[in-house]
Design a protein around this ligand. Sequence first.
Ligand code: NAD
Length: 498
Amino acid sequence: MNTIKHWINGSATSGAATRTSPVFNPATGEEQARVLLAESSDVDAAVSAAATAFETWSESSLTQRTQVMFAFRQLLLKHEEELGRIISAEHGKTVDDARGEIARGREVVEFACGLGDILKGSFSDQVSRGVDVHDFRQPLGVVAGITPFNFPAMVPLWMHPIAIATGNTFVLKPSERDPSAANFVAELYREAGLPDGVFNVVHGDKTAVDAILTHPGIEAVSFVGSTPIAKYVHERATSAGKRAQALGGAKNHAVVLPDADLEFAANHITAGAYGSAGERCMALSVAVAVGDAADRLVPLLARKAGEVKVGPGDAWDTDMGPLVTKAAQERVENAVARAPGQGATVVIDGRGLKVEGHENGFFTGPSLLDHVTTEMDAYREELFGPVLAVVRVDTLDEAIALINANPYGNGTAVFTGSGEAARRFQRRVRVGMIGVNVPVPVPMSYYSFGGWKDSLIGDSPIHGAEGIRFYTRPKVVTSRWPESRQQVAAGFSFPTSH
Ligand code: NAD
């Protein structure tokens, strides 16, 4: 059986690890590989390689770094299908969906290719007589990323291209459930001409994460995953004196107003709820139907949920693949089983779905629950599966209040034909990423990605200008070059300009 190793200083290595974790093919339920779980000495080795590489990489020219990023971007494009298949085989999502995440991650590389422009500092001439001021930003050093299973390529790509382009060196700890994409990306970086040690991958579990959070050689930690772990990572990293950005879980609402094109809304909500089997942090898991929209919307949602084609991720006609693990399948099916006892109506029950030829796969079909209220488990829990809950309210303001009372604030969408309603919604809702007739409003790479409330711990969203800010620190230089023999009086009082 294949053993997935770490990638340290430009090559695959087993290091000190003796523990392993199974990697499944979710479509068949079979264990297809084992991944090494790092000990803290493996993290030490990666940090040491990254620290050595930092000495030269941080001194490389913007031209050299940009050229590596351009080459890396081309390789991601060339190998999109191959990487998509690697992701699909371990995560379960369709190959097309995996190619979509690679394309969205590649956009961050394209943003980083504009490094020369993005990193420009500013200059102020003659702030005082004979005195100028300029500023510039420098890399932090060795930085680390800890990432979730649901986007094994895109989420790390939110981090490392910007960190590396700005002159840092990187240690990635990807999810142990679908670890192969990270090693493939490491090989692409090497082919693109990135020096050894600039990008390293350490596979592992809590032991590796804890070693990263306390390692004195790591300057900053980027985390994306569930909220409890985001809180833990943020607290431990910052108390160890590191910069930390920590993105957490989500419960995303789509508000449907009576004036919306309901066929359009139902199509897009169905795709947003069941795409990637609901295992997206921007998945729509709650439809908030306003006024008389509900009675017309629910039959449309039911029909479309019934049309979703469930199957293995590598079949050309599959809309939705399996869940990532058996535990995830059981968690989702248990939540659907509890719903009627708490007062919800199960309109479509996806439990117990069997896919021919894949009877042991971790499949569950789309489920649709109606008359869900905010006290029910199906509303309160992040199910992270293909379950859409319909909540009924009377007004848009009631819908906004409901969303604002939810502890999460990652993404939301409104479906309406009214500009006034859309504007009121986007200004009042306490959520970081908002779609107007757009179900999954993932921002482009030159904007920043991040939610509010429990969906983002700390104050730093990811990529875009925020990414540059996070991975660099500013220096401001005040300089004077007196003309020869010109006397400048030295003052004992605090310097002011004149
Ligand atoms: P997770 O929190 O279980 O794991 C994330 C990372 O933390 C993994 O690398 C994992 O190995 C590590 N980890 C897990 N348990 C740990 C522990 N006890 N101590 C230290 N490290 C630990 O998340 P997941 O199940 O891989 O991913 C799904 C979650 O990620 C969902 O909650 C989803 O909403 C969230 N997510 C959020 C965003 C966002 O942008 N806000 C994006 C993608 C996923």
